[in-house]
Design a protein around this ligand. Structure first.
Ligand SMILES: [Zn+2]
Length: 423
């Protein structure tokens, strides 16, 4: 058997222990806890093996503060000859624990071939896997060409501005420095994720006029105006979106269409604190705000996506006297998709075929992840997400990562390293 593959198998206990150590640092986001600790764990480990280690705080980035500094770590091991650099990027933050756990969310318990904990699957298991794969490859082939990089980065769960976006702005993903990127997000070990759909978040506000609630005819109710907007949305916008279909291999099936989520609606008096025992005061709401989360396809243009909503609002206005509104952009992300014939895609595809005995399925993610920053700011197109873990478990209670899945995808990563850096 291939010695590199045996080497990964031999390091199974090390892989489990590293995953446990990462889970035991509760890097909750928000607010962004223990980021420095987890970066130090990764940096100290690789630094002791001769890697260059850079601790990078995203000073001034969205979310960064003295209380909650946004720490990242970038580790690089130079080969003995010139060549390409393969970079593994994992985010180190995890989402809130939530209810329903039967295991300690930060205990790193191991049972029946699974490691449990918040972030086990998304994506500390993937981070540990890439570290073990890189160490094994470098130990076996110290005379490799090019360079290996491993980064653990902040805030992917909240947009990545204090993480990959910041690093990309600092030049860490310049095509002159890095040529191939694998993001070990939990997409399942037999799937290669080429990219993601686009995002437009916006607020729609309808405007009214405040008056006494006993004489609503003296005011103008912003919530009734919003009701008309939502009615128009049901009748025309949702059917329009459902009728659009992409050629991108998005999973699950429903996300092959354009989608729109109503993220929040607020109108009238705010909800009072629980300890407030009084009644509401009688007022006509003078504003109502709807937050929308529109996911769009690579075939759609963002200007057209926005125009559809404006046109819908104009249809409502035509039917309602005194209708006034405003649309505010909150955030947008362009869709991205790495071509199937890109070197990193072909390399990982060959490796998956060798390890699993079948070719990987190409998929596109319904939601975005840090690839957007590597593509747009870093200008690096040769990027995929590939890593162990069952995607559906992300952000769930009793989240776990399968040990065998980590070993298998660790072998895939090690083979990818050898194909690209040990020609
Ligand atoms: Zn993730």
């Amino acid at each position: 058997m291939d010695r590199l593959l045996t080497e990964i198998e031999t390091r199974r206990d090390d892989l489990v222990a590293l995953t446990q150590d990462l889970i035991r640092i509760p890097t909750l986001n928000p607010p962004g806890l223990h980021y420095r600790d987890i970066c130090a764990l990764v940096g100290d480990r690789l630094g002791a093996r001769g890697w260059q280690v850079e601790m990078v705080r995203a000073t001034g980035a969205l979310g960064d503060s003295e209380k909650y500094p946004r720490w990242n770590v970038v580790c690089r091991l130079e080969g003995k000859r010139p060549g390409d650099c393969l970079h593994f990027n994992s985010h180190h933050d995890v989402v809130a624990v939530g209810d329903g756990w039967t295991r300690d969310p930060f205990g790193g318990e191991v049972a029946e071939g699974k490691v449990y904990g918040r972030g086990a699957c998304d994506m500390k298991g993937g981070l540990a896997t890439s570290i073990i794969a890189a160490e094994a490859f470098a130990d076996l082939h110290p005379d490799f060409a090019g360079a290996i990089e491993i980064s653990a980065t902040a805030d992917e769960e909240s947009g990545g501005f204090g993480g990959v976006a910041y690093l990309a702005q600092q030049g860490f993903f310049d095509p002159a420095r890095v040529q191939h990127v694998i993001i070990p997000e939990p997409l399942n070990k037999d799937r290669i994720c080429l990219g993601h759909r686009g995002v437009w978040w916006a607020e729609i506000e309808t405007k009214g006029r405040i008056a006494h609630g006993s004489m609503p005819f003296l005011g103008d109710c912003a919530v009734r105006h919003m009701g008309a907007v939502m009615d128009e949305m049901e009748r025309t916008l949702f059917p329009l979106l459902a009728g659009k279909q992409t050629e991108m291999p998005v999973v699950p099936e429903g996300a092959k269409h354009s989608t729109l989520n109503i993220n929040a609606i607020h109108g009238g008096e705010p909800v009072q604190d629980e300890d407030y025992t009084g009644l509401p005061s009688a007022c006509v709401p003078d504003r109502c705000v709807l937050t929308i989360d529109r996911r769009f396809l690579i075939e759609e243009d963002i200007a057209e996506v926005k125009a559809e909503v404006t046109q819908m609002m104009e249809r409502v206005r035509a039917a309602r006297p005194d209708f006034r509104y405003e649309i505010r952009d909150l955030w947008e992300v362009q869709p991205t998709m790495t071509p199937e014939d890109a070197p990193i895609v072909q390399t990982v595809q060959d490796a998956v075929t060798q390890i699993l005995g079948k070719s990987a399925e190409f998929v596109v993610s319904p939601g975005t992840y840090d690839q957007k920053h590597i593509d747009r700011i870093g200008r690096l197109k040769n990027c995929i997400a590939y890593g162990p873990g069952v995607l559906d478990l992300a952000h769930q209670p009793d989240e776990w990562i399968g040990v065998q899945d980590m070993v298998d995808s660790g072998q895939v990563m090690a083979l990818a390293l050898r194909r690209l850096l040990y020609p």
